[in-house]
Design a protein around this ligand. Structure first.
Ligand SMILES: O=C[C@H](O)COP(=O)(O)O
Length: 248
């Protein structure tokens, strides 16, 4: 994917990679019903909803191929391990396929890497075979070197995906952070497949194009698939759908 690719091609490629998200404070069962309908209509990768809506989404999307993601230790990253593990187990029991865990990034920044590692390892264990994405909250990390260190910690503790942001801080995904995460994924030891989810503040098809181009450049043009690359967004679907429809 390059800057010269038509936006309709970008959008067609991005739709099956989308984690269609509603993590708004005032989210309602009615909003989740609409979210699930749109997710199914556009065959996105997953919906990402608050834990209290997982059972509803799992029921609405049963047999559709759209996966159910939810968030734990979200958005502050400061819950305790036992509570976060309990939250994870409850979400899985309700039908979650994927857990998006906020790294205790404040502890990590204070130098308490052990606390951050223990959280990821404990939730990894609770997840079993289910997908674990670890949100680094890169907008709160001071530089690319710190993003790379947090990425390595999360991968070593068992993350299946690195994810940039909660969407709740002033700075969300940036190309610089995504690049540092992709380099860490590419250069890690071991053959276990690992993916990247860019999230937070992505609104336009051009945003998707920028991150897909980055993934293609660093990981190669056939790497990005729903198993390795997701775009988490609450307000991107309409622009993607418009671009696809405009070309039809
Ligand atoms: O996990 C994804 C983010 O919460 C979505 O952020 P957004 O509302 O800025 O798209």
């Amino acid at each position: 994917m390059t800057a010269a690719d038509p936006l309709s091609d970008v959008a067609a490629r991005a739709l099956p990679l989308l984690d269609l998200t509603d993590l708004s404070e005032g989210c309602t069962a009615e909003a989740v019903r609409g979210l699930c309908e749109r997710a199914q209509r556009h065959a996105v990768a997953a919906v990402c909803v608050w834990p209290r809506f997982v059972a509803q989404a799992a029921q609405a999307l049963a047999g559709s191929g759209v996966r159910i993601a939810t968030v734990v230790n979200f958005p502050e990253g400061s819950e305790d391990v036992a509570g976060t593990v309990a939250e994870t187990r409850a979400a899985l029991a309700d039908g979650a396929d994927e857990i998006d865990l906020v790294l205790p990034y404040r502890a990590f920044l204070r130098g308490d890497a052990d606390a951050a590692r223990a959280m990821v390892a404990s939730v990894r264990e609770a997840c079993g075979e289910k997908l674990l994405k670890v949100i680094l909250e890169t907008g709160m990390l001071p530089d690319a070197g710190t993003v790379a260190r947090a990425s390595r910690l999360a991968l070593e503790a068992g993350a299946d995906f690195l994810k940039t942001s909660t969407g709740k801080t002033p700075v969300s995904a940036t190309p610089e952070a995504a690049e540092a995460m992709l380099f860490t994924i590419r250069d890690r030891d071991g053959a276990r497949p690992v993916g990247l989810k860019v999230s937070g503040g992505l609104r336009r098809v051009e945003d998707a194009a920028r991150y897909l181009a980055l993934a293609d450049r660093i990981m190669g043009p056939v790497w990005a698939s729903p198993d390795t690359f997701r775009i988490g967004a609450s307000a991107l679907l309409d622009d993607l759908a418009r671009a696809v429809e405009a070309a039809a």
